[in-house]
Design a protein around this ligand. Structure first.
Ligand SMILES: Cc1cc2nc3c(=O)[nH]c(=O)nc-3n(C[C@H](O)[C@H](O)[C@H](O)COP(=O)(O)OP(=O)(O)OC[C@H]3O[C@@H](n4cnc5c(N)ncnc54)[C@H](O)[C@@H]3O)c2cc1C
Ligand SMILES: *[C@@H]1O[C@H](CO)[C@@H](O)[C@H](O)[C@H]1NC(C)=O
Ligand SMILES: *[C@@H]1O[C@H](CO)[C@@H](O)[C@H](O)[C@H]1NC(C)=O
Ligand SMILES: *[C@@H]1O[C@H](CO)[C@@H](O)[C@H](O)[C@H]1NC(C)=O
Ligand SMILES: *[C@@H]1O[C@H](CO)[C@@H](O)[C@H](O)[C@H]1NC(C)=O
Ligand SMILES: *[C@@H]1O[C@H](CO)[C@@H](O)[C@H](O)[C@H]1NC(C)=O
Length: 341
């Protein structure tokens, strides 16, 4: 934790699944639709409801719904020929096969939170489609086995809600923003407030279902060790489309303690940040303290402030009674000052 000032600033580079093909590019949406129809058991009428072209009113709102970097909301930003919002695994397999045979590059989007816009634009002005997985978002929790199958389009908020709905003492260690998608998040690592005790989200993946470049569905056993390793941190879009992850859920107390302490420079923020660097990694694993350093809006006087965002896996009384009191913890380490928050 000490090496990271903020999980919010994590940003991993993903290389989108690129297709190379000898076929010439066809501008006919109809041909693409027929190809999807051929490879799924879905009628063209039903499929066309899931295809959004620049001519359909849904196009702009679907394209921009998850935009996090307004630099990519310009008229010169490359736009997809189509946005496909599949509802079934077979649709996703077909979109890989058909985009390849039609010379279209495929951008895979789950939560759409990619800061570099890799899930929503092409970098080389190649014609492309967006495969938007927001409709593929089920979360199935098995409390007895402490596992969950989560589809790629589920958000972290969906996962946390469904796990909490089934058990007060199970959780999943992933990021803090509830609208981040598990497709991009877990394939890039996924760091959150339980990272000290349970590691990254990707460390807690037990199995996966992935569509490869040929449209086949692979799982952990059939894809082999190397690919299973790569998609848990290396970005899955370089290798295929993640359909779903099987996650290991972790034990948590039914009551936890969450607090944020804000200090401005004139309140000793700099001294505290300095101390934090010495003790944050030596505290018990149940106590997570991150620091966000940010500029303050002028309305509150301006300047810089430090936010200490904390999670303790236990009750506040345990924390206050000194069971994990930082001063007690460090009483034998004279050189390290106590934490004064
Ligand atoms: C507000 C905000 C808060 C954040 N907080 C945290 C945090 O607390 N901790 C943390 O670790 N990170 C955090 N992040 C970073 C976030 O985890 C990454 O941006 C992540 O890649 C987003 O995943 P996504 O599915 O929402 O994004 P997308 O834009 O949909 O996808 C990101 C990348 O993954 C690829 N991809 C998406 N779905 C699939 C799939 N099913 N199969 C294969 N490839 C796929 C995309 O093509 C793209 O390259 C945050 C980002 C934002 C914008
Ligand atoms: C088309 O959609 C309707 C309504 O959702 C559904 O009942 C029907 O089974 C679908 N048919 C095909 C062939 O996809
Ligand atoms: C949009 O509509 C115009 C005019 O009706 C048509 O020429 C064009 O091919 C359509 N584009 C797409 C992507 O469907
Ligand atoms: C994108 O740009 C358009 C036009 O400037 C604007 O109306 C819209 O609010 C912007 N959307 C986002 C999400 O930034
Ligand atoms: C759990 O989910 C069910 C069904 O969706 C819902 O009725 C119930 O209110 C939820 N319980 C909690 C604790 O959220
Ligand atoms: C705050 O804004 C006012 C007027 O907009 C400006 O005069 C002042 O310098 C600003 N203060 C800081 C700390 O930026």
């Amino acid at each position: 934790m000490a090496s990271s000032s903020s999980a919010l600033l994590l940003c991993l580079l993903f290389i989108s699944l690129a297709t190379t093909t000898g076929h010439s590019y066809s501008s006919s949406n109809e041909a693409f639709l027929q190809c999807l129809h051929l490879h799924t058991k879905t009628s063209t009428k039903n499929l066309s409801k899931l295809l959004h072209t620049p001519n359909t009113t849904s196009y702009s709102s679907i394209l921009l719904f998850s935009l996090v970097n307004t630099r990519f909301n310009t008229s010169s930003t490359p736009k997809p020929l189509l946005i496909f919002t599949p509802t079934h695994e077979s649709h996703i397999q077909a979109s890989v096969i058909c985009s390849k045979s039609h010379g279209l590059s495929l951008r895979v989007r789950s939560g759409g939170h990619d800061y570099e816009g890799l899930s929503s634009r092409s970098q080389d002005h190649q014609p492309f489609i967006i495969l938007d997985l927001t409709n593929v978002n089920s979360v199935t929790v098995d409390v007895d086995l402490a596992t969950a199958w989560v589809q790629a389009g589920a958000t972290l908020g969906d996962v946390y809600y469904q796990v909490a709905n089934k058990s007060a003492t199970l959780g999943f260690p992933a990021g803090v923003c509830p609208s981040v998608g598990v497709g991009g998040h877990i394939s890039g690592g996924g760091m959150g407030t339980m990272v000290r005790k349970y590691g990254l989200a990707a460390d807690n993946v037990l199995d996966v279902r992935l569509v490869d470049v040929h449209g086949r569905i692979l799982d952990k056993d059939s894809m082999g060790e190397d690919l299973f390793w790569a998609i848990r941190g290396g970005g899955a879009a370089s290798f295929g489309v993640v359909l779903s992850w099987k996650l290991r859920l972790v034990p948590v107390p039914s009551t936890v303690t969450v607090f944020t302490i804000t200090k401005k420079a004139e309140d000793g923020a700099i001294e505290l940040i300095n101390k934090w660097q010495y003790i944050a990694d030596k505290l018990p694993e149940e106590l997570y303290i991150e620091v966000v350093i940010q500029t303050v809006a002028n309305g509150s006087g301006g300047g810089v402030e430090a936010l200490f965002n904390c999670l303790f896996l236990g009750k506040s009384s345990q924390l206050l009674q000194g069971q994990v009191d930082p001063e007690n913890f460090f009483r034998n380490e004279q050189s390290i000052p106590p934490l004064l928050i």
